[in-house]
Design a protein around this ligand. Structure first.
Ligand code: GDP
Ligand code: CA
Length: 313
């Protein structure tokens, strides 16, 4: 069995822990197609926050309290940069983490594709899941606010997603192609799972890569999503602000409607919601209630089991 998961950073990483655990018991293969819209360049380095969150989490190298970055991190370089007046002070660039960005940037500079670079970094971390960027081409989420357009990271971290927001733009996406391996993985999938990731800035930029959405919805594999919203609130983070910016209610039904039924030109063959959202209905989509708090791997693996049951896979 081959499972393909569309994933953002922290929510995606936690979900993938459960997918990996489920897959190990059954000898299934897992490919994660990860958002690159959060990527940015700082001090000449290419940084891929979502790929790194997933890689560090699955490689048991992440800081368990922050949920991102490296365990036992130190911040000497950041302090030295600050002494030069060189920011940005709102981006957490840890010393250990920097080594990843140095290796990545050197390899990209030598002409390797991001998918190949990710594979090389994973040789160290052994995530147990194949990690693919959605695209090898540079795509960055920018946010249109009253004063102009800013990078997603600046909107999210510096302004805490609180600036009045007009829309999100995936800069570069029109020219982008699915990364090497993405279309093959989708063609070989027995099921596609949409992680309980941020629908607006993690899942949407993946699906915006030309050809990728069609490969998900046009393939034979059933597509089942899990709600990142429980009881009308994001479990963690500021997805409510992203949903508000695109005019979608911050509810399990709102996100289900945003994805839509595959039978009606949307994405989903099934939608999982938490029992707190009992009674959620999404036109044309079978909705299943099951606990969606990713408290540990076992609880998360159970969500995967239910998702695949709904998928009939
Ligand atoms: P990011 O890129 O680091 O923001 O991570 P993702 O986009 O992958 O995931 C963020 C989303 O994960 C948020 O909208 C949260 O609501 C959701 N999330 C985090 N923990 C849980 C959980 O335990 N259960 C569910 N259902 N969603 C969660
Ligand atoms: Ca992210």
């Amino acid at each position: 069995m081959h499972l393909v998961v569309l994933a953002g950073g922290i929510g995606g990483a936690r979900f993938l822990l459960g997918v990996r655990s489920y897959a190990r018991e059954r000898g299934a293969e897992v490919t994660a197609i990860v958002n690159v819209g959060d990527d940015l360049s700082l001090h000449g380095l290419r940084i891929c926050p979502d790929l790194d969150s997933v890689m560090y989490t699955l490689g048991d190298g992440t800081d368990p309290d922050r949920g991102w970055g490296r365990r036992d991190e130190t911040w000497t370089v950041k302090a030295e940069l600050a002494a030069y007046g060189a920011g940005p002070e709102w981006f957490g660039l840890g010393d250990r983490d920097l080594a990843t960005h140095l290796v990545r940037s050197t390899m990209l500079g030598a002409g390797h594709r991001l998918s190949a670079v990710t594979e090389a970094l994973c040789a160290r971390w052994q995530p147990g899941v194949r990690l693919l960027p959605a695209t090898d081409d540079p795509v960055e989420t920018h946010v249109v606010v009253e004063e102009g357009t800013i990078h997603f990271q600046q909107w999210w971290l510096r302004h805490r997603a609180a600036l009045p927001t007009q829309r999100f733009v995936f800069v570069g996406v029109e020219q982008a192609k699915p990364a090497a391996g993405v279309l093959d993985a989708l063609a070989a999938a027995d099921a596609v799972l949409i992680a309980p990731s941020n629908p607006v800035v993690s899942i949407a930029p993946i699906l915006a890569v030309p050809g990728l959405r069609d490969a998900v919805t046009g393939g034979p594999a059933p597509v089942v999503g899990l709600s990142p919203i429980i009881g009308g609130a994001p479990v963690r983070g500021m997805a409510d602000r992203c949903l508000a910016a695109v005019g979608v209610p911050c509810t399990a039904a709102g996100v289900g409607d945003l994805y839509g039924a595959r039978s009606r030109g949307g994405l989903l063959d099934g939608w999982l919601v938490d029992p707190a959202d009992s009674g959620t209905a999404v036109a044309g989509v079978p909705v299943r209630e099951t606990p969606l708090w990713m408290t540990d791997e076992r609880a998360t693996a159970e969500m995967v089991r239910v998702a695949l049951e709904v998928a009939g896979a």
